[in-house]
Structures are given as C-alpha cells and as structure tokens.
Write a protein that binds this ligand. Sequence first.
Ligand code: ZN
Length: 1088
Amino acid sequence: MSVNQQTHTGPPYGQPQPGYQGYQQPAYGGQPLPGVPHSQYGVYNGPMPGYQQPVPPQGCFPSLGFPSKGSPVSFNSDTSLAPNFIGSVRAPSTSGTSLSSGHLGYSPFGQGDVQNGIPASTAPMQRPPASQPFLPGSAPVPVSQTSMLQQYGPPPASVQQLSNHMAGMTIGSTSTSAPPPAGLGYGAPRPPTMPGPPLPVQTAAGPPTSQPNHVSSPPPPPSTLSGPYPGPPMSGLRGPPPPTHPPQPGYQMQQNGSFEQVRGPQTNYGGAYPGTPNYGSQPGPPPPPKRLDPDSIPSPQLNELPPQQKPRHRIDPDAIPSPIQVIEDDRSNRGSEPFVTGVRGQVPPLVTTNFLVKDQGNASPRYIRCTSYNIPCTSDMAKQSQVPLAAVIKPLATLPPDETLPYLVDHGESGPVRCNRCKAYMCPFMQFIEGGRRFQCCFCSCVTEVPPHYFQHLDHTGKRVDFYDRPELSLGSYEFLATVDYCKNNKFPSPPAFIFMIDVSYNAVKSGLVRLICEELKSLLDYLPREGNMEESAIRVGFVTYNKVLHFYNVKSSLAQPQMMVVSDVADMFVPLLDGFLVNVNESRTVIISLLDQIPEMFADTRETETVFGPVIQAGLEALKAAECAGKLFIFHTSLPIAEAPGKLKNRDDKKLINTDKEKTLFQPQTSFYNNLAKDCVAQGCCVDLFLFPNQYLDVATLGIVTYQTGGSIYKYAYFQLETDQDRFLNDLRRDVQKEVGFDAVMRVRTSTGIRATDFFGAFFMSNTTDVEMAGLDCDKTITVEFKHDDKLSEDSGALLQCALLYTSCAGQRRLRIHNLSLNCCTQLADLYRNCETDTLINYLAKYAYRGVLNSPVKTVRDALINQCAQILACYRKNCASPSSAGQLILPECMKLLPVYLNCVLKSDVLQPGPEVTTDDRAYIRQLVTSMDVAETNVFFYPRLLPVTKADVDSDSLPAAIRNSEERLSKGDIYLLENGLNIFVWVGVNVQQGLIQNLFGVSSFSQISSTLNTLPVLENPFSKKVRSIIDMLQVQRSRYMKLIIVKQEDKLEMLFKQFLVEDKSLTGGASYVDFLCHMHKEIRQLLS
Ligand SMILES: [Zn+2]
C-alpha cells in the first residue's frame, strides 16, 4: 500500500502522500508481467462459484480460542525466516550466571535499601474504571410496547432501519415559547401534512418535510401521554380506534415506542377521553400519581426555570426517548434478517442487535461503521448540519463463527492489481472497459491497463465473467498476499516474538503477582497465536525481569539450566545476549519451565522497591532489533519509575488542577522521552502491552504513551490482591496473549473524489498526514477516521472508502487486508439525518472530546460538545421539520438518543470526574475509549442494566434491559449492571430471603458480603441462571469485567449510582430530563 502520488487535476488526491519509509513501490502499471497464470487464486482451491453461496467458513476465530485461520495458505517459501542476530553487541556489564534450581548463589538486586514507602495493603474504595463492547445479546426480546406509530421512512426500496426514520420526534411545551417546556408532550404528528398552526398549548410537531410518509408498521393503538401536563393532546388512548380520528393540529401521537405509556395508573385516561381525542386545550384529567418528580432535581447548572415554573416542570421520563426502547425495536425489526451488504448506503442494524452479515460487495459493519451512510454533496451542507462525517474502522475484527473470514488472494509475484495513479486496490467498484483490457478507477477515475495475467472477458452487462470467482471483484472485504515489495528493506519478515518483562520489585513479589505470572506463563505459552493449520506457533519468546536493574535470561534449548545476565547500567540499554534470548517454546520448554519455577524464588526476599521503566522498553526494542523481527512486549509493572534511569518520573499528581486551565497537564506526558521511544518502537514493529498493578499514582498518562502509540493495550489493576483480582488479571492476560494481532501495520484510507480523510483517532503513530502506523494492531482495536469535503460529491456516484491495512501475520506472512464501503450522497439535509447512526456519532464525539482535553480546559471541551450537538439538532429543526411552535423540541428519529448519550459522555470520568476518580483512572479511561469500537462505547457510556430476578431460568435469553435510573430499581429485585469494565450485582433491601439464599448461600440480606468478587457456585436454577448471564456478558467483552456486589443503602451504592446515567450524578452531572431541557434551550437560542 505504498503510494506513488502524482498530482493530478482533481484535488482529492492532490494531498501529498509520502509513501512510508522502507516500502517500495510495487511495480505494475503498464508493465505486462508475462507468464503469470491468471489462476493465481490457488488459495481457494480453484475457482469458486459465487461467494454469496454459503461457502463453508474458512475457519473462524473463536474469540477466546486459537485461531485456525483459513484454508491452506500458500505460505511464502520465505528464506529470510531464520533470525539473523545482527547488531552491535557490547559486552554485558555483568557476567552471566547460571541459575541452579533451588537456592541461588547470588543476589542480583542486593542493595539493602528497603521499603521506601510500601503502601498499606488495604485497598481504599476505588472506583473501578471503565468499559468495553456490547456485542449483541441473546435473542431479541419481544417488545411489549403497545404503541407503535407510523414511521416516516425512506422509500422501502432501501432496506432501512425501520424504526429509525425521520419522523420528527417532538416535545411540545405547555407554554408557547418562553421558558423551557413545562410539561413536555411528545409525539409525531399525524398525518405529516397536517395544516394549521399548532395549538398554543402542547402541540405536536410537524413532520419531517421532505419525507415520504412511509408506513412501515401498522398504526399502533393511540398512546397515552403522561398526565400531569396541562392538557397534553391525546389521541384516543385506550378507547377509540385511532384511525377513525380525523387528523387535527396538535394531534399528539406516540411514535415509535419512544414515548411509551406512562407508568402508573392510566385507566382513568380512558374514561377521561371518551371517544374523541382531547386536543389539549382543555385541562387534562387529574394527574395520576407519579413516581418521579424531575422538577425536584433540576441540575444547578442547567436549571433555567424560574422558581414559579418549577411545579409545572414535569417531564415523564417514560415520555422521552428511551435507549432501551430503541434497542429493543431495532432487535425486533432487524435481528431476524441477515444484513446483506450489496446495496450502497445501507444503514446497518444497531450494534446491540444480534444479526448475521452477508458480504456482497461492501465491508461488514463489524469492520466499518459510519456516522452517516448518506453524506452531503457539498461541504456547505456538511458544515450547516455540523454532523461529523466519520468512520469507525476495526480492520481485524473478530467475526462470529457463522460468518466468513476474508479470503486471502494470492496474485503471485505480481502482487495485487492497483490503480496506476491513486494506488487504490482492485475492488468491486472498479469499472472494466474496452472489453476488459483496462479499468477505470472508482476513486480517482484514472484508467489503468489490466495486466495480461489478470485479463478476463466481460459479459453483456460489462461485468467480468470471473466476477464471482474473485473476492476482490465481488466482496467488500478480502486479503492479498503481499509481495516482497511491501516488506521493509525488501525482505520478507521473520515471525514476530513475544517478550515477557516482569517487575520483580518488592510490591510485585509481596503481592504474589510474580509467582502468579510465572505459573500462568508455564501453560499459556502453549497457546500463542498460530496461523491456519500450523501445528505450533511461529512466535518466539523471551524473558526479562527487572527492578532498578534488568535481568535477561538465556533459555537456549541446549542449556541444562537457564542463565541470567544482569544489566545494571540502565542509562544505555543493550541486550547482553542474542543467541538463546528469543527461543521456540517447544524446543526450550524444559529450560523455560525451569526459569519460571525459579524466578519467584530468586526474588522472594527482595527489598528493592524502586523500578525503572524506560530501559525496560528499550531492552525489548533492542532485542527485537537484534532479532530483526517485529513483536510484542508484555510488561507487568507496579510503580512510578523513580529509580535513576532514562524515563525516570516524578509524582506530579495534583487534584487541585481539576477544573482549572492547567487540568490538561494531567493528561499530558511529563516528559517527551516516551514519545521518542514510541517512535523508535513503531519503526521496529515493537508493540507494547502494559499490565499495571499500582498501589498509588504511577502516571498512566506518561507510562501509557508507548502503549498508545504502538497500538498496544493497557490494563490496570489498582490495589491488586491475589484473592480478588487474579481471575480478572489472568483472563485478561490469556486473551491478550492469544488474540489475533497483526504487526508492523500501516493503514491508509482512500476515498473517492470529493472527500478525504482528514483526522484520525486511536492508538497509533502517524509520521505523515495519511498513513496510520501501528507496531501492532489486534482484533479489538479501532481507528476512527474523519472525512472532510474537498470537492462536490454527486448523488449518482456516491462516495467510496477503501481501507487498506498492510501487516505481518503471527506467522510472519505479509498481507494486505482491504475493506471497501460505498455510501450515498444527498442534496437534501433530510436524507443525511435519516441515515445517521447515533452510536457511531457518540463514538466519534467521545474520542474527539477525549483528545481535546489534552489541549483545552475540560469545560471548553464540554461546552463545544454541547454546542455542536445543539447545532446538529437545530439544523434539523430548521431545515427538515415542519414549522411548529418554538416551544417544541423536535429530534430526528435517528438521533433521538443523541441527548441522552451525549449527556453520558459529558458526565464521564474524563470530562467530569467524581472525587473518588484518580488522575490515573482518567488517563486510563481516556486511553481505553480512544480505541473502542462502537459496541464498546455504547455500553460504556450507557451501561446495560438487567433485572435478573425477572430472568426466565428455563430460557437462554437475557432478561429485558431497563433504563439506567434509580427509580427503575425495585427493592425486591436483584439487578446486574455492566459497562464493559465492571459488573455490579445490586441487591434490593427487600429481596426475598429465598432468592438471597439461592444466590449468595446466606440466609439474610445483612449477611451478604459486599467484598465478594464472584458469586458462590450453588446448585439451584436461580444461581445457575445468574452465573450463566454473567458468563455470557464476560464472553462478549474484550476485557474481563470486575464483579462488584452492591447492597442497597450500603456505602458502595454511591459508586454504583454513578452508573445510573439517567439520574443526576453526585458530581453535578445533569439528569437526562434536565439535560434534554438544556439542549432544548440551546437549540432554541440557535434558532432565534
Ligand atoms: Zn485511482
């Protein structure tokens, strides 16, 4: 994927795109490569008719299993696999010592300075950090919604999210304009062309203007609205059949289930509106008792109501858009049919919906999701709407077992066919012309000769007759085997190496961590990633331990015992041994096992508390350099590196900086040392995974830099205790070691004329403006890419993206993974708003904001977020919704959850930390979120809350989720709440004794221990069911979640309540209702 840019007349590719260093341009372009047979497709065992046929999946990666990739891969007969240990080697400063089992005759750490501030082992209450992905749950839960209204959708031709069309959701107001809505009414008006001005009181909004009234579901029974508003217009409620009602101005409609019926008594409504709807000008019936009175908790920042208005400020939380309802609707509407990717610009099902994908020419949404699938034709339109145009790309995403992995295409020595000018790879959108002798590039329009070996005749429709035999012509995603031109220094790479680097300072040893790691590695080393049907992993391993000095180990298979070499001169790190450091596990098994047995004993009596960190990464990097391979460092680290060495840090934590202009410095690294080191690591393909076990501040913002810029992962176990945390750590470690990862990766996103990628978010390094470089890229990492216009787009041709990832597989094979996606373009703003995906939008906005805190005060970042979303919604209101009272809040159907989700981002620990959130937590979460996919950000910001006492013990399904608000919790029930990092088990004070007995094995509420980190294994259906739900959730997430038991009214409940994100938070974060009012006010200001 190197680039050889020729500037052309068209602007889009004009941007200089320097090829990344070291990769040469593959040569095609006009030079016929004679003699290469065109059937270079041997990987598939010959031509395969039609990929759309259910081809047996070519081996799928079980998410926790061992990859069994693909059909037999034509493996490169790579002569350069043998490691050449090259590199200048200086003599070790300390002599190697043979380790004898049992007692040691030396003490490599020796110096007796002791326990400088070893923290107490008791862990203060710690807010556990944040989250992970939300894979589709189990079977769709039936929607018990009675009210399902007309939906205004796009033409039925395009398969669309049925529920997500433009029906303007409206929130009317009792007072025509002035103060924010007192008593919001909601509903889509019907019919859309309803004439006449809205009634002064509580009117429905106008429908989306440019929208066909597409009825995608039968008109639901008329809905109820919550009572206490003065005269909310009602459609006939329970009684009269809705269709008989003549359309009326102000006709209030429940729409799309978002405004479900009020909780509490409703029966009186039926009586109150006999036969005819009450259109709100009359006083409503006596309000039914309400459980929640939102006006009692207006947020101080957001409360804009004059005091006398307060009593009327009643918004029924059931009447504002419900995330649960939207998720359920999407599951019901879209969960049963496969998502077939053949049609341009289709909005995929939500990430919370369980669906099957069939690749018919566009990349699966598991690889790419967009903020909108219909993008404005002009930059003016895009600016007007303020809707960011972004794609969240997960190039190596794991697929479910019933979906097919990308095929590997081998074009032999000639390599993949590419456009001569923009270097885009052959894909389904390239147009073959002149009888198939040339093709026109779908990205830059340049015409390129088809290489002779690739020539094929066209059928009467202009399609190549081998269309279905070639993945690159018929599928959205596929891989090419890369030629040597795509390799560094024109040499095929060696298989990568894993180096385990274990902190053996006092805390690490004392907590049992060192022993735990060594024990685990003994078995885990048998599960290193393998390719295809290879019998053993090609990955070599090496071991280092360290405190203030580094200990390297020679584990060469010919040795009777491992040998240790100590490097105490950490100022100028070098690797004291080459031969015997990186070894094959099977060959050196005995020596490795012996080493892992001895390490805990060797350091059992250490008094060394200080550590170094920079030299540890340098050592790993040097070792990989010497072995001429890429690889990954697994560093297990416990403390702030204060020992004298490069990269030494000081404790600069200062919570007083919060809410000041200097707060941003807490997120910035305290030295540029690690940035420079990261750059060197990326150049070598040295990816750094960091497992942190801090008992106090260790400056994640600085230590995490190398991990972040090399595409690595960071894990944090504060106040690590063996009993409570080992399961979580070991599960994370196992997954991290086994997961699919590509090395030495470079990604480029090409676009068709008119837009281009302008900004990137994620864990990577960029040395120019277009190439995203990652020393390692695993199956969980995403890169979010923002696009801007640089020319006009056309509705006819749409817009295309091609993401090309060049990487080295775990067996050392150089490959290109290609994902293509075609989008629609529009000249009407309504089309943009109708094809947005709010979950993806939130993913982008969160990453944008989290990057912003590096340079701007947090308040500025928060205000900018609110402002942008207000502009997005105001633009819709102004241009797409029909005229209606300013007192109404009208939200586009696809974005009706934008306010609630945005509020969750604003209230998150990074942007609004609670007192218990540490600086390290914030830096950690900030880093995690930056690489999250859409499913992960979805559940991280809006956790899933499940009433497990309502679960059907006889079924496999999950209980229906409920909204994240305290008022939804019943004292008699038990709930699970998960956000990808934690699972809470909340137990109400009135839970039946039998349930407590069955779940916890104790006889009363008071006997439940809140220090449990796992549920006892009890042989009864309820216990089994709850534990199976927890297991199910754990499997869906890329990290093992920490289990926390919370008893109602217990002190831990404060922690739990932070995750009830629809409520006002203790730290001042607005409730959903208050925030919605605030957004409404912002929108009105923009419109006035
Ligand atoms: Zn091109």
